[in-house]
Design a binder for this molecule. Structure first.
Ligand SMILES: [Zn+2]
Length: 376
Protein backbone atom coordinates (compact mmCIF):
# COMPACT_ATOMS: atom_id res chain seq x y z
CA UNK A 1 0.00 0.00 0.00
CA UNK A 2 1.23 3.43 -0.90
CA UNK A 3 -0.06 6.49 0.88
CA UNK A 4 0.95 10.01 1.81
CA UNK A 5 0.47 12.29 4.80
CA UNK A 6 0.42 16.08 4.46
CA UNK A 7 2.69 17.55 7.13
CA UNK A 8 3.00 21.26 6.83
CA UNK A 9 1.97 24.21 4.70
CA UNK A 10 4.45 27.05 4.65
CA UNK A 11 4.71 30.45 3.02
CA UNK A 12 8.28 31.63 3.17
CA UNK A 13 9.24 31.28 6.81
CA UNK A 14 5.67 31.23 8.08
CA UNK A 15 4.01 27.99 9.06
CA UNK A 16 0.43 28.34 7.86
CA UNK A 17 -0.71 24.89 8.80
CA UNK A 18 0.86 22.02 10.70
CA UNK A 19 -0.45 18.47 10.90
CA UNK A 20 -1.05 18.02 14.65
CA UNK A 21 -0.73 14.23 14.48
CA UNK A 22 1.55 13.10 11.67
CA UNK A 23 1.56 9.51 12.91
CA UNK A 24 -2.18 9.17 12.93
CA UNK A 25 -4.11 7.92 9.93
CA UNK A 26 -6.51 10.85 10.19
CA UNK A 27 -4.85 12.55 7.24
CA UNK A 28 -3.19 9.55 5.67
CA UNK A 29 -4.35 9.70 2.06
CA UNK A 30 -4.26 6.59 -0.10
CA UNK A 31 -2.40 6.58 -3.42
CA UNK A 32 -2.82 2.98 -4.45
CA UNK A 33 -2.78 -0.57 -3.16
CA UNK A 34 -1.90 -3.81 -4.83
CA UNK A 35 -2.51 -7.42 -3.95
CA UNK A 36 0.85 -9.08 -4.42
CA UNK A 37 3.14 -11.26 -2.36
CA UNK A 38 5.53 -8.92 -0.57
CA UNK A 39 8.51 -11.03 -1.58
CA UNK A 40 7.55 -10.94 -5.22
CA UNK A 41 6.93 -7.22 -5.25
CA UNK A 42 9.48 -5.36 -7.34
CA UNK A 43 10.15 -2.53 -4.94
CA UNK A 44 12.54 -0.75 -7.29
CA UNK A 45 9.86 -0.64 -9.91
CA UNK A 46 7.24 0.63 -7.48
CA UNK A 47 9.63 3.29 -6.20
CA UNK A 48 10.47 4.41 -9.73
CA UNK A 49 6.79 4.71 -10.52
CA UNK A 50 6.06 6.80 -7.43
CA UNK A 51 9.17 8.90 -8.01
CA UNK A 52 8.08 9.60 -11.58
CA UNK A 53 4.70 10.74 -10.31
CA UNK A 54 6.35 13.00 -7.76
CA UNK A 55 8.49 14.59 -10.47
CA UNK A 56 5.42 15.14 -12.61
CA UNK A 57 3.49 16.86 -9.79
CA UNK A 58 2.23 20.29 -10.74
CA UNK A 59 1.58 23.05 -8.21
CA UNK A 60 -2.02 23.29 -7.03
CA UNK A 61 -3.61 26.54 -8.09
CA UNK A 62 -5.83 27.81 -5.30
CA UNK A 63 -6.61 31.18 -6.85
CA UNK A 64 -5.00 33.57 -9.31
CA UNK A 65 -2.16 34.47 -7.04
CA UNK A 66 -1.91 31.45 -4.75
CA UNK A 67 -0.03 28.40 -5.94
CA UNK A 68 0.94 25.56 -3.67
CA UNK A 69 4.09 23.65 -4.52
CA UNK A 70 4.40 20.12 -3.19
CA UNK A 71 7.55 18.54 -1.90
CA UNK A 72 7.28 14.89 -1.05
CA UNK A 73 9.62 12.94 1.19
CA UNK A 74 9.76 9.18 0.93
CA UNK A 75 10.19 8.29 4.57
CA UNK A 76 7.17 6.10 5.30
CA UNK A 77 9.10 2.93 4.65
CA UNK A 78 10.24 0.12 6.90
CA UNK A 79 13.61 -1.57 7.25
CA UNK A 80 12.66 -4.29 4.82
CA UNK A 81 12.11 -1.83 2.01
CA UNK A 82 15.19 0.17 2.99
CA UNK A 83 17.37 -2.91 2.64
CA UNK A 84 15.74 -3.74 -0.68
CA UNK A 85 16.59 -0.29 -1.96
CA UNK A 86 20.20 -0.51 -0.95
CA UNK A 87 20.40 -4.15 -2.05
CA UNK A 88 21.82 -5.27 1.27
CA UNK A 89 20.57 -8.01 3.53
CA UNK A 90 18.54 -7.14 6.61
CA UNK A 91 21.57 -7.86 8.78
CA UNK A 92 23.86 -5.46 6.96
CA UNK A 93 23.75 -1.71 7.53
CA UNK A 94 22.38 -0.19 4.35
CA UNK A 95 24.29 3.05 4.88
CA UNK A 96 27.84 1.90 5.68
CA UNK A 97 27.52 -1.76 4.64
CA UNK A 98 28.82 -2.99 8.00
CA UNK A 99 28.17 -6.71 8.47
CA UNK A 100 27.13 -8.17 11.86
CA UNK A 101 30.66 -9.08 12.96
CA UNK A 102 31.79 -5.47 12.45
CA UNK A 103 28.90 -3.85 14.27
CA UNK A 104 30.49 -3.78 17.71
CA UNK A 105 33.74 -2.28 16.50
CA UNK A 106 32.83 1.35 17.01
CA UNK A 107 36.30 2.63 16.16
CA UNK A 108 36.25 1.15 12.74
CA UNK A 109 36.08 4.01 10.31
CA UNK A 110 33.41 3.60 7.76
CA UNK A 111 34.33 4.96 4.39
CA UNK A 112 31.63 3.86 2.01
CA UNK A 113 28.80 5.87 3.47
CA UNK A 114 25.82 5.94 1.14
CA UNK A 115 24.48 9.33 2.13
CA UNK A 116 22.01 9.16 -0.74
CA UNK A 117 20.04 6.74 1.43
CA UNK A 118 19.54 9.36 4.16
CA UNK A 119 16.49 10.58 2.30
CA UNK A 120 14.56 7.46 3.30
CA UNK A 121 14.61 8.55 6.93
CA UNK A 122 14.92 6.62 10.15
CA UNK A 123 11.70 4.57 10.23
CA UNK A 124 11.19 5.65 13.83
CA UNK A 125 8.34 3.27 14.60
CA UNK A 126 10.39 0.27 13.57
CA UNK A 127 13.34 1.65 15.53
CA UNK A 128 11.28 1.20 18.73
CA UNK A 129 10.46 -2.39 17.88
CA UNK A 130 13.97 -3.30 16.71
CA UNK A 131 15.57 -1.79 19.84
CA UNK A 132 13.20 -3.72 22.07
CA UNK A 133 13.89 -6.95 20.19
CA UNK A 134 17.62 -6.36 20.47
CA UNK A 135 17.29 -5.95 24.25
CA UNK A 136 15.20 -9.09 24.47
CA UNK A 137 17.59 -11.17 22.41
CA UNK A 138 20.42 -10.17 24.69
CA UNK A 139 18.31 -10.97 27.73
CA UNK A 140 17.51 -14.47 26.44
CA UNK A 141 21.24 -15.16 26.03
CA UNK A 142 22.50 -13.70 29.30
CA UNK A 143 23.27 -17.10 30.75
CA UNK A 144 25.74 -18.19 28.09
CA UNK A 145 26.66 -14.85 26.53
CA UNK A 146 27.01 -15.81 22.89
CA UNK A 147 25.49 -14.41 19.71
CA UNK A 148 24.27 -17.78 18.57
CA UNK A 149 23.12 -20.71 20.66
CA UNK A 150 24.89 -23.55 18.89
CA UNK A 151 24.96 -26.42 21.35
CA UNK A 152 21.98 -28.12 22.94
CA UNK A 153 22.75 -26.84 26.43
CA UNK A 154 22.66 -23.19 25.32
CA UNK A 155 19.55 -23.78 23.26
CA UNK A 156 17.73 -25.17 26.28
CA UNK A 157 18.98 -22.35 28.49
CA UNK A 158 17.82 -19.79 25.99
CA UNK A 159 14.43 -21.40 25.57
CA UNK A 160 13.80 -21.57 29.30
CA UNK A 161 14.97 -18.06 29.94
CA UNK A 162 12.82 -16.76 27.11
CA UNK A 163 9.76 -18.47 28.56
CA UNK A 164 10.40 -17.09 32.03
CA UNK A 165 10.95 -13.55 30.72
CA UNK A 166 7.81 -13.73 28.63
CA UNK A 167 5.83 -14.94 31.63
CA UNK A 168 7.13 -12.12 33.82
CA UNK A 169 6.23 -9.48 31.21
CA UNK A 170 2.79 -10.96 31.00
CA UNK A 171 2.24 -11.07 34.75
CA UNK A 172 3.87 -7.81 35.76
CA UNK A 173 3.25 -5.50 32.82
CA UNK A 174 0.47 -7.18 30.86
CA UNK A 175 2.70 -7.41 27.82
CA UNK A 176 2.70 -10.19 25.29
CA UNK A 177 6.25 -10.32 24.02
CA UNK A 178 7.57 -12.23 21.03
CA UNK A 179 4.41 -14.26 20.61
CA UNK A 180 3.96 -15.34 17.01
CA UNK A 181 0.64 -14.26 15.55
CA UNK A 182 -0.93 -16.35 12.88
CA UNK A 183 -0.02 -14.95 9.50
CA UNK A 184 0.99 -11.54 10.83
CA UNK A 185 4.43 -11.50 12.40
CA UNK A 186 4.63 -11.26 16.18
CA UNK A 187 2.92 -9.32 18.93
CA UNK A 188 5.86 -6.92 19.03
CA UNK A 189 4.34 -3.68 17.85
CA UNK A 190 4.93 -0.01 18.55
CA UNK A 191 2.75 -0.01 21.65
CA UNK A 192 4.49 -3.03 23.15
CA UNK A 193 7.85 -1.39 22.60
CA UNK A 194 6.74 1.90 24.12
CA UNK A 195 5.52 0.11 27.25
CA UNK A 196 8.76 -1.88 27.35
CA UNK A 197 10.82 1.32 27.50
CA UNK A 198 8.46 3.34 29.67
CA UNK A 199 9.75 1.97 32.94
CA UNK A 200 13.45 1.11 32.52
CA UNK A 201 13.88 -0.04 36.13
CA UNK A 202 11.12 -2.58 35.91
CA UNK A 203 12.12 -3.77 32.45
CA UNK A 204 15.69 -4.17 33.67
CA UNK A 205 14.43 -6.12 36.63
CA UNK A 206 12.54 -8.55 34.42
CA UNK A 207 15.18 -8.93 31.74
CA UNK A 208 18.31 -8.78 33.86
CA UNK A 209 19.71 -6.08 31.57
CA UNK A 210 21.39 -2.84 32.54
CA UNK A 211 18.77 -0.25 33.55
CA UNK A 212 21.12 2.50 32.39
CA UNK A 213 21.25 1.14 28.86
CA UNK A 214 17.49 0.70 28.67
CA UNK A 215 17.06 4.24 29.96
CA UNK A 216 19.43 5.58 27.31
CA UNK A 217 17.57 3.77 24.55
CA UNK A 218 14.28 5.09 25.90
CA UNK A 219 15.58 8.66 25.79
CA UNK A 220 16.87 8.30 22.23
CA UNK A 221 13.69 6.70 20.97
CA UNK A 222 11.45 9.25 22.60
CA UNK A 223 13.54 12.09 21.24
CA UNK A 224 13.54 10.83 17.65
CA UNK A 225 9.81 10.26 17.71
CA UNK A 226 8.94 13.42 19.64
CA UNK A 227 8.26 15.41 16.48
CA UNK A 228 10.40 18.22 17.92
CA UNK A 229 13.56 19.65 16.33
CA UNK A 230 16.62 17.79 17.57
CA UNK A 231 20.03 19.15 18.52
CA UNK A 232 22.09 16.88 16.31
CA UNK A 233 25.38 17.60 18.12
CA UNK A 234 24.21 16.53 21.56
CA UNK A 235 22.19 13.74 19.99
CA UNK A 236 25.22 12.34 18.15
CA UNK A 237 27.23 12.45 21.36
CA UNK A 238 24.52 10.78 23.42
CA UNK A 239 23.97 8.08 20.78
CA UNK A 240 27.70 7.42 20.60
CA UNK A 241 27.88 7.04 24.38
CA UNK A 242 24.93 4.68 24.28
CA UNK A 243 26.67 2.57 21.65
CA UNK A 244 29.82 2.52 23.79
CA UNK A 245 27.89 1.41 26.84
CA UNK A 246 26.23 -1.30 24.76
CA UNK A 247 29.57 -2.60 23.53
CA UNK A 248 31.09 -2.49 27.01
CA UNK A 249 28.22 -4.49 28.44
CA UNK A 250 27.26 -6.87 25.68
CA UNK A 251 30.14 -7.09 23.24
CA UNK A 252 29.24 -10.72 22.55
CA UNK A 253 25.95 -9.78 20.93
CA UNK A 254 26.44 -8.04 17.57
CA UNK A 255 24.39 -4.91 17.42
CA UNK A 256 21.53 -5.38 14.94
CA UNK A 257 21.75 -3.21 11.82
CA UNK A 258 18.68 -1.18 12.72
CA UNK A 259 20.02 -0.32 16.18
CA UNK A 260 23.41 0.47 14.68
CA UNK A 261 21.74 2.76 12.14
CA UNK A 262 19.87 4.64 14.84
CA UNK A 263 22.88 5.09 17.09
CA UNK A 264 25.68 5.65 14.59
CA UNK A 265 23.97 7.23 11.59
CA UNK A 266 20.94 8.71 13.35
CA UNK A 267 22.33 12.21 13.81
CA UNK A 268 23.37 12.51 10.16
CA UNK A 269 19.99 11.29 8.96
CA UNK A 270 18.22 13.76 11.25
CA UNK A 271 20.46 16.54 9.91
CA UNK A 272 19.52 15.61 6.36
CA UNK A 273 15.92 16.68 7.03
CA UNK A 274 16.50 20.29 7.87
CA UNK A 275 12.92 21.30 7.12
CA UNK A 276 11.08 18.90 9.40
CA UNK A 277 11.86 17.09 12.65
CA UNK A 278 12.47 13.40 12.05
CA UNK A 279 9.64 12.35 14.38
CA UNK A 280 7.11 13.82 11.97
CA UNK A 281 8.44 11.64 9.17
CA UNK A 282 7.54 8.37 10.83
CA UNK A 283 6.10 5.42 8.93
CA UNK A 284 3.54 4.86 11.66
CA UNK A 285 0.50 6.22 9.79
CA UNK A 286 1.18 4.01 6.84
CA UNK A 287 1.68 0.96 9.06
CA UNK A 288 -1.54 1.66 10.92
CA UNK A 289 -3.34 1.77 7.60
CA UNK A 290 -2.74 -1.95 7.22
CA UNK A 291 -4.90 -2.50 10.25
CA UNK A 292 -7.59 -0.21 8.85
CA UNK A 293 -7.41 -2.11 5.62
CA UNK A 294 -8.54 -5.31 7.29
CA UNK A 295 -11.26 -3.56 9.28
CA UNK A 296 -12.65 -1.67 6.32
CA UNK A 297 -12.60 -4.72 4.12
CA UNK A 298 -14.42 -6.80 6.69
CA UNK A 299 -17.06 -4.33 7.82
CA UNK A 300 -17.51 -1.63 5.21
CA UNK A 301 -17.40 -3.22 1.80
CA UNK A 302 -19.77 -4.87 -0.61
CA UNK A 303 -18.70 -8.45 -1.04
CA UNK A 304 -20.42 -9.48 -4.29
CA UNK A 305 -17.46 -8.64 -6.51
CA UNK A 306 -13.79 -7.95 -6.04
CA UNK A 307 -14.04 -4.71 -7.98
CA UNK A 308 -16.78 -3.47 -5.68
CA UNK A 309 -14.86 -4.57 -2.58
CA UNK A 310 -11.72 -2.76 -3.68
CA UNK A 311 -13.65 0.34 -4.62
CA UNK A 312 -15.23 0.41 -1.17
CA UNK A 313 -11.88 -0.09 0.54
CA UNK A 314 -10.45 2.82 -1.36
CA UNK A 315 -13.45 5.01 -0.58
CA UNK A 316 -13.14 3.99 3.07
CA UNK A 317 -9.58 5.30 3.07
CA UNK A 318 -10.65 8.50 1.35
CA UNK A 319 -13.43 9.28 3.81
CA UNK A 320 -11.53 8.25 6.94
CA UNK A 321 -8.68 10.60 6.00
CA UNK A 322 -10.80 13.42 4.67
CA UNK A 323 -9.12 16.70 5.67
CA UNK A 324 -12.37 18.47 6.45
CA UNK A 325 -13.94 15.61 8.42
CA UNK A 326 -10.70 15.01 10.31
CA UNK A 327 -10.40 18.68 11.18
CA UNK A 328 -13.82 18.82 12.85
CA UNK A 329 -13.34 15.64 14.86
CA UNK A 330 -12.68 16.20 18.55
CA UNK A 331 -9.10 15.50 19.53
CA UNK A 332 -8.95 12.35 21.62
CA UNK A 333 -7.53 12.81 25.08
CA UNK A 334 -4.37 10.97 25.74
CA UNK A 335 -4.36 8.50 28.58
CA UNK A 336 -0.89 9.29 29.80
CA UNK A 337 0.92 12.54 30.19
CA UNK A 338 3.75 13.16 27.84
CA UNK A 339 6.82 13.90 29.84
CA UNK A 340 9.84 15.55 28.44
CA UNK A 341 12.56 14.68 30.89
CA UNK A 342 15.60 16.86 31.49
CA UNK A 343 17.70 14.27 29.74
CA UNK A 344 15.50 14.57 26.66
CA UNK A 345 15.62 18.36 26.76
CA UNK A 346 19.38 18.26 26.27
CA UNK A 347 18.88 16.52 22.96
CA UNK A 348 16.13 18.80 21.71
CA UNK A 349 16.50 22.25 20.23
CA UNK A 350 14.59 24.75 22.28
CA UNK A 351 15.25 28.03 20.48
CA UNK A 352 13.40 26.99 17.38
CA UNK A 353 10.42 28.58 15.65
CA UNK A 354 8.53 25.43 16.55
CA UNK A 355 8.61 25.94 20.30
CA UNK A 356 5.80 24.67 22.44
CA UNK A 357 4.07 28.02 22.75
CA UNK A 358 3.44 28.36 19.05
CA UNK A 359 2.67 24.84 18.09
CA UNK A 360 1.17 22.09 20.12
CA UNK A 361 3.53 19.29 20.99
CA UNK A 362 3.24 17.02 18.03
CA UNK A 363 1.64 13.84 19.13
CA UNK A 364 3.36 10.89 17.62
CA UNK A 365 1.66 8.25 19.67
CA UNK A 366 -0.32 5.69 17.83
CA UNK A 367 -3.93 6.60 18.43
CA UNK A 368 -5.23 4.66 15.50
CA UNK A 369 -6.21 1.65 17.50
CA UNK A 370 -9.06 3.61 18.94
CA UNK A 371 -9.43 5.98 16.01
CA UNK A 372 -11.29 3.72 13.71
CA UNK A 373 -13.03 1.35 16.07
CA UNK A 374 -14.59 4.12 18.14
CA UNK A 375 -16.28 5.47 15.06
CA UNK A 376 -17.44 1.99 14.20
ZN1 LIG B 1 26.19 1.71 9.30
Amino acid sequence: MCSFVPLRLICGEDVIWQNPRPSSTLLCRPIYFKFVNENKLDIKEEMAMVEAEITALKPSVISNNINVKHSMLMTMIDGKIASHLSQTSMQTCDICKAVPSEMNDLKKIKENISSDLYKYGLSTLHAWIRCMECMLHIAYRLEFKKWQARDEASKTMMKNRKLSIQQKFRDQMGLLIDVVKQGAGTTNDGNTARTFFRNPEKTADITGLSPELIQKFAVILRVVSSGQPINTDTFADYAQKTAQLYVELYSWYFMPASVHKLLLHGAEIIKHFSILPIGQLSEEASEARNKDFRKIREHHTRKFSRVATNEDIFNGFITSSDPYLSSIRPVLKKNYKRQVTDEMKLLLLSDNSLDQENVEFVDVTNMVDSDFSEED
